[in-house]
Design a protein around this ligand. Structure first.
Ligand SMILES: Nc1nc2c(ncn2[C@@H]2O[C@H](COP(=O)(O)OP(=O)(O)OP(=O)(O)O)[C@@H](O)[C@H]2O)c(=O)[nH]1
Ligand SMILES: [Mg+2]
Length: 244
C-alpha cells in the first residue's frame, strides 16, 4: 500500500490546560506545514474547551475540538481523537501533550523520519534528547520503566513511554488500536507493542522534554501501578504469541 504523509493531524488530550493551550496553538501555527491540531477536552473547568472551540471557529483548517462530558482519561481521549482524525482523512497522526512538554518545533524532524518508519517517537533517551526540570525520582522511574519494558517486550526502543509520537495511518489500523484498554503509560507501551507485533518499524528522534510550568499533573499513582501490571501481560503475550 502506498502511503502519503498528508494530511497530518496532531491529537492532544486536555484537562485544565487553559494556561498552556494558546501557546501550544501558536507553536503549531508557526510550523512550516502546520498539522491540524485536534483538542480532545474533558469538560475542563478552566475554560480549555472554550479556547479550543475559539481556535476551531477562527481557523477550522488548522484546529478542531472534541468535547466529552467529564474527565474520562488520557488514553480514551487519545483513542477518540485518533479515530476522529482517521475518519476525517488523516494519513499521519501525531500525539502530544498539551502542557508544552512536547515542543511542536520537533514535529518536522519527526515527520521526516516517518518516511522510513511506521512510528516515530520523540525520544528523551537517544543522543541529543533529555529532560528539563525533572527530579531524580521521576528520571529514575522513567528510566526503570523503559528498561523493564524492553526486557519484557523485547522492543529495542530507548523511550517506549514517550507520548510524543507520529504514526502512519495504516500502522494504526494494523495495530488494531481501538482494542487498547490500558490507561496512561501502559496505554503508550501497549500502542507501541501492538505496532511492533504487527510488523511496524520504529524510529526515534531526540526531544528535550520540559516539565510542565503551568497547570497540574493529572496522571496518578494508580497509572504507574497499571503500567507495572502491563509489563507482565506483555511478557506473557510475547512468550505465548497471543495477539488480542
Ligand atoms: N481529555 C483528557 N486529557 C487528559 C486527562 N488526563 C490527562 N490529560 C492530558 O494529557 C496530557 C498529559 O497529562 P499530564 O498531566 O501532563 O501527565 P504527565 O506529563 O505525566 O504529568 P506532568 O509531568 O505533571 O505534566 C495533558 O495534556 C493533560 O491535560 C483526561 O482524563 N482527559
Ligand atoms: Mg505533562
Amino acid at each position: 500500500m502506498t502511503w502519503t504523509r498528508e494530511p497530518v493531524w496532531a491529537v492532544t488530550a486536555t484537562y485544565n490546560e487553559a494556561e498552556n493551550l494558546p501557546e501550544l496553538a501558536e507553536g503549531m501555527r508557526h510550523l512550516p506545514l502546520p498539522p491540524k491540531l485536534l483538542v480532545v477536552d474533558d469538560n475542563s473547568r478552566d475554560g480549555t474547551g472554550e479556547i479550543a472551540d475559539a481556535l476551531a471557529a477562527a481557523d477550522p483548517e488548522h484546529f478542531a475540538a472534541l468535547h466529552r462530558p467529564g474527565k474520562m482519561g488520557y488514553a480514551s481521549a487519545h483513542l477518540m481523537g485518533i479515530q476522529y482524525a482517521l475518519d476525517h482523512g488523516a494519513q499521519t497522526v501525531i500525539t502530544m501533550d498539551a502542557d508544552l512538554s512536547h515542543d511542536p518545533a520537533r514535529i518536522p524532524a519527526m515527520l521526516e523520519r516517518l518516511g522510513a518508519a511506521d512510528v516515530v517517537i520523540g525520544s528523551r533517551y537517544v543522543p541529543g534528547g533529555g529532560t528539563v526540570n525533572w527530579g531524580v525520582d521521576r528520571r529514575l522511574l522513567s528510566r526503570t520503566a523503559g528498561m523493564l519494558l524492553r526486557l519484557a517486550s523485547g522492543m529495542q526502543v530507548a523511550d517506549p513511554t514517550s507520548g510524543f509520537r507520529a504514526y502512519r495511518a495504516p500502522m494504526l489500523h494494523a495495530a488494531k488500536f481501538r482494542r487498547v484498554r490500558q490507561e496512561g503509560y501502559a496505554f503508550l507501551s501497549e500502542m507501541l507493542f501492538r505496532c511492533v507485533r504487527a510488523g511496524g518499524t520504529v524510529a526515534e528522534v531526540p526531544i528535550i522534554f520540559v516539565d510542565r510550568r503551568a497547570g497540574q499533573s493529572k496522571l496518578s499513582k494508580t497509572i504507574i501501578l497499571e503500567a507495572i501490571g502491563h509489563l507482565f501481560t506483555v511478557a506473557a503475550r510475547r512468550i505465548t504469541g497471543w495477539r488480542p
